[in-house]
Design a protein around this ligand. Structure first.
Ligand code: UDX
Length: 442
């Protein structure tokens, strides 16, 4: 089978490489010349573990190719996936569908045979119907079906998520199109992956509902963490105590500085707008959005409190900048408001992140000092803040840290260190959601 993937961004590239690994011939259409050149050179435009090898293997096997020529990519394609970006529209939080509709129109004009047009980008309810209308308008001569096939890939484990998903959701109403997609996903069908076939609107809304639910889970455990700190409880034991209930589940109950990334912030906001427009406001998700924003904004306050109420003139080490480990993605990372506030309050901020420093530079104040490793960032610091739970930080030797730093405050926003070990090493250690007394200011 041959398919075309419109967009060689995160979702498009991972999906294309994984479909190729399934044995499908995939042509990726990438309009950005810089990105296309780097793909041709075998350089991945994003950091995703295992992606470079997967792409290289499938390019070498002749199943995966990159081009800016839509017509050649569409030749013989039974399905055309639209995986272009849908950024939050400035001002109102709606997903910006300009690129999606433009891609649909270009595909409609260039097609010489009927194909299934599939949205992989996360798109608001009703987008699939509008794409169907565009196809009918532009090419009344060509009967193309439309399908919605949302992705549920986590950055950092996207390949495993694609190859072994909990489920695949496909919104499609045309029998022939359904067969094409069933065939495409046959390797997953063989490993008994549940495939939910439904209508377009349901598939579109399922994606927003999934991400909003997970975001709500994170916001919930963060709120319980705050409460645990006040009453002398341990949030990790609570997470285990509730997570072992199969109805709740253990995942996504890790407290932290608030969720970030390319999906949760954007998708929760989009769901809020969709729900308002539909006359069925989602008060729960509205609150999740507000609570998470406030949390990210408030995290610097913990550092300031741990430094005795002021960071002016002090050196603060920040370990981890990306919104989570195993990615170089800085989008909506809690590090942005934390570092900005500390600098604004007069601190000298020394940062280190294993992958995200290039992405971070344009998003953080110019005076941030970028360091070669965690210990270099800790050099002379009054306080050390863990923002992202990269594994290499877990292995830091407390004694070395203590020698390197000038002060003794450690604010561990991901609870990667053992509180007892850190206190034994002489640190004033502050975690998240652990018994009161260990928190700055109280
Ligand atoms: C998410 C969804 O998981 C994925 O299914 C979807 O398609 C895209 O969005 P991703 O954004 O890559 O994936 O990251 P994820 O691992 O879900 O984490 C999102 C944010 O929540 C991160 O900032 C993370 O640090 C935070 N988080 C997650 C927590 O604070 N605690 C948790 O227990 C889990």
């Amino acid at each position: 089978m041959r398919i075309a993937m419109i967009g060689g961004g995160y979702v498009g590239l991972v999906s294309a490489a994984c479909f190729a690994e399934f044995g499908v011939e995939v042509a990726v259409v990438e309009a950005d010349p810089g990105r296309l050149a780097s793909l041709h050179a075998g350089r991945m435009p994003i950091y995703e573990p295992g992606l470079d090898a997967l792409v290289a293997g499938n390019v070498a096997a002749g199943r995966l190719s990159f081009t800016d020529d839509l017509t050649s990519a569409l030749a013989g394609a039974e399905a055309v996936f639209i995986a272009v970006g849908t950024p939050s529209r400035r001002g109102d939080g709606h997903a910006d569908l300009t690129y999606v509709y433009a891609a649909a129109e270009q595909v409609a004009r260039a097609l010489t045979h009927p194909a299934v047009i599939v949205t992989k980008s996360t798109v608001p309810v009703g987008t699939g119907r509008r794409i169907a209308a565009i196809l009918r308008d532009v090419r009344p001569d060509l009967p193309c079906a439309v399908a919605s096939n949302p992705e549920f890939l986590r950055e950092g484990s996207a390949i495993a998520d694609f190859m072994h998903p909990d489920r695949v959701v496909i919104g499609v109403e045309d029998e022939g199109a359904r067969e094409v997609l069933r065939l495409l996903y046959r390797p997953l069908y063989l490993i008994e992956t549940p495939i939910v076939f439904t209508n377009l609107e349901t598939a579109e809304l399922t994606k927003y509902a999934a991400n909003s639910f997970l975001a709500m889970k994170v916001a919930f455990i963060n709120e319980i963490a705050d409460l645990a700190e006040k009453v002398g409880a341990d949030v990790h034991d609570i997470a285990r105590g509730i997570g072992l209930d199969g109805r709740i589940g253990r995942k996504f109950l890790h407290p932290g500085p608030g969720f970030g990334g390319s999906c949760f912030p954007k998708d929760t906001l989009a769901l809020v707008r969709i729900a308002q427009d539909a006359g069925a406001p989602s008060r729960l998700i509205e609150t999740v959005v507000a609570v998470n924003e406030a949390r990210k904004a408030g995290m610097a306050g913990r550092v300031i409190a741990a430094c005795g109420g002021s960071v002016r003139g002090k050196t603060i080490a920040v370990l981890g900048l990306t919104f989570k480990p195993e990615t170089d993605d800085m989008r909506d990372s809690p590090a942005i408001p934390i570092v900005s506030r500390l600098i604004g309050d007069g601190a000298r901020v020394q940062v280190y992140d294993p992958q995200g420093m290039d992405q971070a530079r344009p998003m953080l104040p110019e005076t941030v000092v970028y360091c070669q490793n965690a210990l270099a960032a800790a050099e002379g610091a009054a306080a050390l803040v863990v923002v992202t739970e990269w594994n290499e930080f877990r292995a830091l030797d407390p004694a070395r840290l203590a020698e390197t730093m000038r002060g003794r405050a450690v604010i561990d926003l991901r609870n990667i260190f053992d509180p007892a070990t850190m206190r034994e090493a002489g640190f004033a250690y502050y975690g998240i959601g652990r018994p009161a007394g260990s928190q700055p200011g109280g």
